[in-house]
Design a protein around this ligand. Structure first.
Ligand code: DHB
Length: 486
């Protein structure tokens, strides 16, 4: 079934247009209604990328309740399947090897599921122009959110309880949905698309391995991985990104690794980026959970580093308490008398994880990363998006700095958290595995800490030895969702 573009697209939810489907969770059959290929804008640029699928447990059409929710009160789970800032299709409820994906599991917990397709950095129109460069993905997610708010009365589920979810680039845009609700920056884009005239804010945001805060991420990466000069560079092809493994989702793209040794230029650039990071962190004036200021000295040492290490130490302790043998990890420092884990060796830990990207991890000096590709324009495929990389560009092309620097700010939740001009979600759940080197662990922790410092409830952890992946703890994820809704 494809959306019909010949008639004028209206944005009214049609409760009669569905197919009944079933799935199995924990040996229980889940029956649900599938409302698929619903355009969420009346003037789409690409109808194949601007529609959403909605799934509703059958019980809600018979005055039933699930998990204490009714058709009126059921929260709306809004997962995206964005990976690598590429075009994405909706998440469809399914199970693989008996394991439900997040959309199917959500139905079993009584949630309404609304999952949008979104444009991405490689989408082209028939004239060859790019149509999915930043900020397209967040504009599309906001347009889909506006659709849900506009149709709240006609649709099952409570649009005041939308909870977003995503992994990696998808985690980043999930956080951005949480931070940037109702901000005027996105209005011209929404209007041009004919989005529903309705709020774009969400109740809560969940993110796994978010590749976010892109314009600060190069500095953070070198704060973590400076000194590592030989490493396995991970990619899935020219200019592509190593996308995350999401349980129950389609098989992740095949990754290739290539042994890379940094040259003296790379090392100098790593040193430069690392040296910039303390100023960035100190200017944020972040605080820990009891109000102590998180800072770094010019060498990159200080309370912020201790704070990041504490998350890792906590993860090791939890893993050990659950029976994981952590003894082979020589970066773990134990108390000689009690054997209690008291610290980690920071350099040894980062050597163990290792880098997977060269310095200029996101804004590559050669202007060829996935993120460079995200900040292209309708006619130029790739651009720099930090001054530092533009100044140190290694290509022969002079004009490679992003055309509209405002767009860079629009992709970063840090610019909306705490802004009186945005409606911030009040609840965040952030996971970043200790074995993931797709960004610096500092990055997701900075975003979560900012939200926490604003008084929002933030559930933040760095699960032990988890690599770049998401949706691996669905029961806990939905327990958290229940706890913030009920
Ligand atoms: C993703 C991974 C990356 O390493 C990156 O830089 C951006 C996105 C991803 O898996 O979505």
């Amino acid at each position: 079934m494809q959306a019909d573009t010949s008639a004028k697209i209206n944005l009214t939810f049609d409760a009669k247009n569905y197919e009944t489907m079933t799935g199995t969770v924990d040996n229980k059959t889940i029956t649900y209604r599938a409302f698929e290929y619903i355009p969420y804008v009346s003037n789409p640029i690409d109808i194949d990328q601007q529609y959403l699928n909605i799934y509703v447990p059958e019980e809600y059409f018979n005055n039933g309740t699930i998990n204490g929710y009714t058709t009126q009160t059921a929260p709306i789970f809004m997962p995206n399947s964005v990976g690598g800032y590429m075009p994405s299709q909706p998440m469809v409820p399914k199970a693989e090897n008996g394991k439900p994906n997040s959309a199917l599991y959500a139905l079993s917990r009584g949630y309404v599921v609304a999952s949008p397709a979104t444009r991405g950095r490689t989408n082209k129109a028939s004239d060859g122009n790019y149509i999915g460069k930043a900020p397209a993905v967040i504009v599309d997610l906001q347009a889909a959110t506006a659709y849900l708010h506009a149709n709240d009365a006609a649709m099952p589920g409570n649009a005041n309880r939308i909870i977003t979810n995503g992994t990696s680039a998808g985690g980043a845009v999930s956080l951005l949905q949480g931070a940037a609700g109702n901000n005027v920056d996105f209005q011209p884009y929404l209007q041009a698309l004919g989005a529903a005239t309705a709020p774009t804010d969400v109740y809560a945001s969940s993110a796994y391995a978010p590749i976010t805060n892109l314009d600060a991420a190069d500095m953070a990466y070198e704060w973590s991985y400076n000194g590592i000069t030989s490493f396995d560079k991970v990619s899935i092809g020219q200019g592509e990104l190593p996308q995350a493994n999401v349980s129950g989702n389609a098989a992740p793209p095949k990754r290739t690794t290539q042994r890379v040794t940094l040259n003296t230029d790379d090392v100098a650039y790593s040193n430069l980026l690392k040296e910039h990071f303390p100023d960035y962190v100190n200017n944020l004036q972040l605080r820990d959970s009891i109000g102590r200021v998180l800072r770094l000295d010019k060498n990159g040492d200080g309370s912020f580093k201790a704070y990041v290490k504490a998350f890792i130490i906590d993860a090791i302790n939890k893993a050990q308490a659950n029976g994981t043998d952590v003894s082979k990890h020589t970066y773990v420092i134990r108390d000689a008398k009690t054997g209690a884990i008291k610290d980690i060796n920071w350099e040894a830990y980062n050597r163990f994880v290792s880098r997977s990207k060269a310095p200029g991890a996101f804004d590559s000096r050669s202007n060829d990363s996935g993120e460079n590709n995200l900040f292209g324009t309708s006619t130029s495929d790739n651009n720099h998006f930090t001054i530092t990389a533009a100044l140190h560009d290694t290509t022969s092309n002079q004009d490679v700095y992003v055309e509209n620097a405002k767009i860079v700010t629009m992709m970063n939740p840090m610019n909306y958290l705490g802004s009186p001009a945005a409606t911030n979600a009040r609840y965040y759940r952030i996971r970043y595995g200790t074995a993931d080197s797709n960004t610096s662990m500092a990055i997701p922790l900075i975003v979560g800490t900012r939200a926490q410092n604003l008084g929002y409830r933030v559930d933040m952890a760095t699960p032990f030895n988890v690599d770049h992946s998401g949706d691996y703890d669905l029961e806990e994820l939905f327990n958290w969702m229940d706890s913030i809704v009920k």
